[in-house]
Write a protein that binds this ligand. Structure first.
Ligand SMILES: [Zn+2]
Length: 159
């Protein structure tokens, strides 16, 4: 089965982040800076499911056969529940950068130390945590306090 890919409209930035955290290849229109976003979303990235909060954009998509899914809730946890219909599974997989959608990899020691220094963090982070690295953003990920909050949030979504 081909993994589902998504493109999210401007209203769904948080949802796009959670899709990336869960390993889904997801474009967020807010990152692309297109003048006519509706027109762009209707005509481009047709291999992706368009996630939108805009009822009229959803109807237009249906009319031209562009695959799209209408999100109804304003709350990101509820939006994630709505995606159960598409069998989207939310979990922390560390495949993709939540900021830019690039694939993550393990950092070299040099890369990790550079970022830790920039952030003013201790070098022993290198031994204490498993680290992931985004080459495009030069961002490091690790299972810290933020991670625990994410796990708690996911539990709430699963209820
Ligand atoms: Zn990135």
């Amino acid at each position: 089965m081909v993994e589902m890919k998504f493109i999210c409209d401007r209203m769904l930035g948080k949802l796009a982040t959670w899709l990336r955290i869960s390993g889904y290849d997801t474009i967020y229109i807010g990152n692309l800076k297109k003048e006519d976003e509706d027109d762009f979303l209707l005509k481009n990235h047709l291999d992706r499911i368009l996630l939108t909060k805009d009822r009229s954009l959803f109807r237009k998509s249906e009319k031209i056969g562009r695959s799209a899914f209408l999100i109804k809730s304003n709350d990101v946890a509820d939006q994630m529940k709505e995606l159960r219909t598409l069998n989207v599974k939310f979990q922390i997989v560390m495949d993709r950068c939540s900021v830019c959608n690039s694939l993550l990899r393990k950092p070299s020691e040099k890369e990790a130390l550079e970022v830790l220094k920039e952030l003013g963090l201790k070098e022993d982070m290198l031994e204490r945590y498993e680290l992931w690295f985004c080459e495009s953003c030069k961002k490091l990920y690790w299972m810290g306090g933020h991670w625990i909050n994410m796990v708690r949030f996911l539990k709430k979504v699963e209820e």
